[in-house]
Ligand binder design. Structure first.
Ligand code: NAP
Length: 343
């Protein structure tokens, strides 16, 4: 059995937190889950069930789960509430980052490594500013997880787990590998984060379409909208000399042309990227359906800021930023979206 250097703490027991934390626990690592009372109640009653698109199923019984409504106090004072975590997985949405990191900073030992498993570019910097005594490490989750039913989380696509290379992560690599989540370490994660952000520009398109991911990607009008968002991002990245990493079937510079192909050709060119569960949706679609704030500012907002800094226009990303910032963005067909964006 592989020995982790100590417990892992999931900050934000939701889709990513429950999936990654659950896999680590199934591989033998002690894991503390910090989450909202409603999610903890589900886990207390049903335990944690993880499934994936290959039909694998893991169940962790309720009594095996270490569930916390608040970050357990570790390290200060005579009687810590739980063993000090050796690694924190920061798994909250972008808007909750500063508050979650501040709570971690308040309760955990100085120097505790915090791996941000969040989308976008700016979350690690936000977390580091809110908890300067902790070591925040950027990470990237390349796959999709959705809540299937109470206590049940389903991984609907393939994709890797990556992080900025850091000595604190070295002892965890065998643990992640044993959990079936090999952690790819990069000397500079920025190109990988931007490569992921380009793919995430599909999130607002998916959310507005109201369709499952696979059906949405097989609609050429919706792909043309995604291509327009990526075009603007690629221009802004080029202006700043940033080369996004290839995370999909096509290299980033060919993605817009690939997306604009007729659907029968797209199916051939993007065969591996279309290995998606029929029911998979983006978490932004989930947020819109539940009336929650979206992470649009961490995606299209990031492109708009990068473009502005280079004196470039990014009208399609601006439109999406405005639309998905509304409390009820509504649904639109591919044709309606193309007309609204003029693409
Ligand atoms: N889901 C995916 O497939 C996927 C894939 C790759 C990357 N990501 C990224 O991973 C990050 C997490 O996404 P997710 O889909 O896992 O989100 P999620 O399902 O909403 O999970 C986050 C959970 O953390 C809770 N939370 C927020 N602040 C907290 C606090 N201070 N204490 C305790 N719990 C707190 C949230 O509660 P509230 O809702 O009440 O705030 C929510 O239950 C995002 O940046 C997302 O873009 C997601």
């Amino acid at each position: 059995m592989i020995q982790p250097p100590g417990p892992a703490l999931v900050m934000g027991a939701g889709a990513v937190g429950c999936w990654v934390g659950g896999r680590l626990q199934a591989a033998g690592a002690p894991v503390q889950f910090v989450g909202r009372p409603s999610v903890l109640e589900e886990l207390r009653l049903a335990g944690l069930t993880l499934t994936d698109l290959d039909g694998r199923r893991t169940h962790l019984a309720p009594h095996t789960l270490s569930l916390h409504a608040e970050v357990p106090h570790a390290g200060h004072g005579p009687s810590p509430a739980a063993p000090a975590p050796a690694l924190v997985l920061l798994c909250v949405k972008a808007g909750a980052t500063a508050e979650a990191a501040a709570l971690l900073g308040l309760h955990l030992r100085a120097g505790t490594p915090v791996l941000s498993l969040q989308n976008g570019i700016g979350n690690p910097a936000v977390a580091a500013a809110a908890a300067p005594a902790l070591q925040v490490i950027p990470g990237m989750v390349g796959f999709n997880v959705v809540r299937a039913s109470p206590g049940h989380w389903h991984r609907g696509t393939w994709g890797e787990l990556a992080a900025q290379a850091h000595p604190a992560l070295e002892p965890w690599r065998p643990v992640f590998a044993a959990a079936g989540l090999p952690l790819a370490l990069h000397a500079d994660l920025r190109p990988v984060q931007w490569g992921k952000l380009l793919l995430n520009l599909n999130n607002p398109v998916n959310a507005l379409s109201g369709l499952p991911l696979k059906r949405q990607l097989l609609d050429r009008n919706l792909r043309v909208v995604m291509a327009a968002l990526i075009d603007e991002a690629l221009a802004a990245l080029a202006a700043h000399g940033i080369r996004p990493a290839k995370l999909a079937a096509l290299p980033p510079r060919l993605m817009p042309a690939g997306l604009r192909l007729p659907t029968w050709l797209f199916k051939l060119a993007a065969r591996s990227s279309l290995r998606i569960d029929d029911q998979a949706r983006t978490s932004m679609a989930d947020d819109v359906a539940r009336g929650r704030p979206t992470e649009i500012d961490a995606l299209c907002g990031e492109v708009v800021r990068l473009a502005r800094a280079a004196g470039l226009p990014a009208p399609c990303n601006e439109w999406m930023l405005d639309r998905l910032s509304r409390p009820q963005p509504g649904r639109m067909s591919g044709k309606e979206l193309r007309a609204a964006l003029g693409v």
